[in-house]
Design a protein around this ligand. Structure first.
Ligand code: MN
Length: 361
């Protein structure tokens, strides 16, 4: 339905409506990914996941997986290469699941590789061992030896600090490992911090009577692109529109909060981490600050503490926003110097009421 609305099938939407619909769609997709991963894992853990085995071309499997991530690699200026020996036999795998595995590894490789880097997929056959090896390598940040055992566990992200840089469900590699094991295979990892990582999938390679054919063609994958543009100023005629600094690293939240608050007649400044928040506040002193807590580089607690140590900012109301949602979080935020604390997901009406109360408008 969101696509239909964006297409203008039901009539034209204005810019604000289009942005809102695109956001619903984007968040819906993220939610779906999360649910899908959790369901997959639950099915595997309970022994209910059955593989749909079919004879599959290795070449097609790899090139399909690469085509899926080409766009994000291109955006990040990461070079992709693939090496598959000619005349391989077909392998008997659950093609959809194996694509899921490769796409997952490739996506991770791109995520953790700085732009200008290289991501490769190399296939080799060990005929004496009757194994086929798929190696996905990157020139990325690498993984410390002590973190490797945590890597394939469910709900464990290596960097669980408040300032973690990478998004994700934390379920991807746990799924990869289990799917590979369902195929009677295993996965190996070699990594050097600062140089890169190589994940190798090792699957049985039984001699198949059929030779490679071309019945599989690369299917195109359509992924909706999202639109990004700035929100126009709203028309409420307040004598002076209060200026709110929003420090938040999540684009969906930035769009939601700034869209809503602009519509309510506030002026907005956006910062995407604690450092930016402090710099922006120095540039122009805001009337109120909305501070996310979990942000990269410098988290919200640190930023609040630094702002409060400066006499220019000791009277500026700060509302801490966090999804941590534990009983002690409120105390931590208030202790750091926040006036108020609102747990995510934030109800917009509650946010507005709190802002108005603190600003006495
Ligand atoms: Mn955050």
């Amino acid at each position: 339905m969101s696509e239909v609305l964006l297409d203008g099938t039901f009539g034209d939407c204005n810019e604000g409506q289009r942005k809102a619909i695109a956001l619903i769609e984007r968040c819906g997709k993220h939610l779906l990914e999360l649910i899908t991963d959790i369901l997959d894992l639950a099915k595997i853990e309970s022994g209910k996941l059955e593989l749909e085995l079919s004879l599959t071309s290795v070449q097609n499997l790899c090139s399909y997986s690469l085509s899926f991530i080409q766009e994000i690699a291109h955006k990040k200026q990461i070079q992709l290469t693939m090496q598959v020996p000619p005349n391989l036999d077909l392998i008997e795998v659950d093609e959809r699941r194996m694509r899921q595995v490769l796409i997952n590894l490739l996506t991770n490789a791109i995520k953790f590789t700085p732009s200008g880097g290289l991501v490769t997929i190399d296939v080799n056959v060990d005929r004496s061992q009757q194994k086929i090896l798929f190696a996905v390598s990157d020139t990325g940040i690498g993984i410390a030896p002590e973190d490797i055992p945590k890597l394939f566990q469910v709900f464990v992200q290596i960097d669980s600090k408040l300032n973690r840089q990478q998004e994700g469900t934390g379920l991807g590699l746990a799924l990869v490992k289990r799917i590979v094991e369902l195929h009677q295979g295993n996965i190996e990892l070699v990594s050097t911090v600062g140089q890169g990582s190589q994940f190798t999938l090792i699957l049985p390679y039984p001699i198949s009577s059929t030779s490679q054919d071309s019945r599989d063609s690369i299917r195109s994958c359509d992924r909706a692109e999202t639109i990004a543009s700035s929100v126009g100023a709203a028309g409420e005629n307040l004598p002076i529109q209060p200026l709110i600094l929003l420090a938040e690293d999540n684009e969906a939240n930035i769009d939601t909060f700034s869209g809503y608050l602009t519509g309510c007649g506030f002026r907005m400044m956006i910062a995407r981490n604690g450092e930016e928040a402090i710099a922006t506040a120095h540039n122009q002193i805001p009337d109120l600050i909305l501070m996310d807590i979990q942000m990269p580089t410098m988290n919200g607690l640190e930023a609040i503490q630094q702002l409060r140590s400066d006499s220019r900012f000791d009277k500026v109301p700060i509302i801490a926003l966090t999804a941590l949602a534990m009983a002690s979080d409120r105390e931590r935020c208030i202790e750091a110097g926040a006036n108020e604390y609102i747990a995510k997901p934030v109800m917009m009406k509650q946010l507005l009421a709190t802002i108005r109360q603190l600003l006495a408008v």
